[in-house]
Design a protein around this ligand. Structure first.
Ligand code: SF4
Length: 451
């Protein structure tokens, strides 16, 4: 059965963020997040320049407190371009309120916006008033693993719980006719991320809301695996016509994220892309065994582009047709290479697990160690542990919650200090970083030997 490849963008209202617009008929925007300390103005400005040169249309900064808000205003003055800045705020509503007076957009997390549920509405209304006065946009950003206790008690860490966390805030904003909001719902598990965004879109449609969406797979990792995982999750939604701005989160320099996001967006939204010129076909082959096979054929001769495009198309088709295999056809690449890529896509879609699964955050101003180097060390030491999910997270504040369903976690606990987790349980606290990989291996080995 030949599968028709189409693209009909979900209708949304435009949201003004500084002098760009997200949603409506505007192009799908590409953004990234700094991994410098926000208080290191020179490093942040230098990095901002590299990201803008790479094509970033928005730049986000971790904003832990009022000191970072002040730093943001200095970064803002020095990044003399039209690229809007976004403050990423957790835990402190007063920081979001202060940041809203300084930057073009503030990201808040409903899971930690207000501990006191009875004050949530009052506090959020105050933020809406400030944003209205200063023309600031808001991102309501929910992540799998960081729901409020109230939502966890009621729904558990489920798509329903994530959607309800967003809707609670949206209903307040909608009643005030505050439209300058973009929403994101992210998870490291691509299937969970896609199912949750689809559910959110249905729920918004039921309540006649048309807020635009920011797409991303959290803790996607780095290298080819990180790119394939991001393409599976983001691609499935872009193919649905969902998505108005995209961030590909890689445990690499933020400027590396931009071309990946741009290639994905172009593939779906550009009518001249190979998807629409007949150079790509997808079909479902006769059932072999108990599940069908997806055959994806392409003439794309650039390996990086082919990987992204195949992952973006095949992940969603695997789910939609309950398929269990992928057959990739491309005359430019060897059968061995295509077979490995097929397996990587099956793993990124969580259809089959062939190797160790890594979950690693992109790092931000909260990261106090060399994340990229550490991810490489952990990968080297644990590559033989097929089937295990191992997380490497930059900070203790958000890391443990957001490392999703990892079996083990390596989490930054302070400068050159690491805590090790078994699932959600912290088993070794604040150990020196130079011992951490060895201790992680010992922990896993002792668990596997049943000690
Ligand atoms: S887990 Fe911590 S260090 Fe990593 S991106 Fe999230 S907030 Fe930043």
């Amino acid at each position: 059965m030949q599968i028709k490849l189409t693209y009909n963008r979900r209708s949304t209202h435009p949201v003004e963020v500084g002098n760009i617009c997200i949603g409506g008929d505007n192009p799908i925007r590409v953004q990234t997040m700094a991994n410098t300390s926000t208080n290191d103005i020179d490093a942040s400005v230098e990095q901002a320049r590299r990201c803008i040169e790479a094509g970033a249309e928005l730049l986000r900064y971790t904003t832990q407190g009022l000191r970072e808000v002040e730093s943001l205003s200095q970064i803002h003055e020095q990044v003399l371009t039209s690229v809007p800045l976004v403050a990423d705020v957790h835990f402190q509503a007063e920081v979001a309120e202060a940041a809203a007076k300084v930057v073009e957009k503030v990201r808040i997390n409903p899971g930690n916006y207000s501990k006191d549920a009875s004050k949530l509405e009052e506090r959020f209304l105050r933020l809406l008033d400030i944003c209205r006065e200063y023309g600031t946009a808001i991102r309501i950003g929910v992540n799998h693993g960081s729901l409020s206790e109230r939502m966890m008690d009621r729904y558990g860490d489920t798509p329903e719980g994530m959607v309800e966390s967003v809707m609670e805030f949206l209903r307040i904003a909608w009643a005030q006719q505050f439209m300058n909001i973009v929403i994101s719902v992210k998870a490291s598990n691509t299937r969970v991320m896609v199912d949750t965004v689809r559910l959110l879109v249905k729920r918004m449609a039921r309540e006649r809301m048309d807020y635009p969406l920011h797409l991303g797979v959290t803790e996607a990792g780095e290298g080819e695996d990180g790119r394939i995982k991001s393409a599976v999750g983001i691609g499935a939604l872009l193919a649905d016509g969902i998505g108005d701005t995209v961030r590909v989160s890689l445990s690499e320099a933020p400027e590396n994220e931009i071309p990946v996001a741009r290639d994905l967006v172009n593939y779906f939204a550009d009518p001249h892309s190979p998807r629409y010129t007949g150079e790509v076909t997808a079909e479902v082959l006769d059932q072999i065994g108990d599940r069908p096979t997806i055959r994806y054929s392409s003439m794309e001769d650039d390996w990086q582009l082919f990987c992204l495009q195949a992952a973006a198309e095949c992940g969603r088709l695997l789910w939609e047709y309950s398929a269990g295999e992928i057959e990739l056809c491309n005359p430019s690449f060897s059968e061995t290479k295509l077979n490995f890529l097929g397996k990587d896509i099956l793993q990124a879609s969580r259809v089959r697990i062939y190797k160790t699964e890594y979950i690693s955050c992109p790092g931000c101003g909260r990261t106090l160690f060399d994340l990229q180097k550490t991810v490489a060390e952990v990968k080297k030491a644990t590559a033989h542990l097929t089937g295990l999910k191992i997380a490497v997270m930059g900070c203790i504040v958000n890391g443990p919650g957001e490392m999703a369903d990892a079996d083990y976690g390596y989490v930054g606990a302070g400068r050159d200090r690491i805590s090790l987790y078994r699932g959600k349980e912290c088993v070794l606290k604040n150990i020196p970083q130079e011992e951490a990989v060895e201790q992680l291996l010992k922990l896993i080995e002792s668990d596997q030997n049943g000690k």
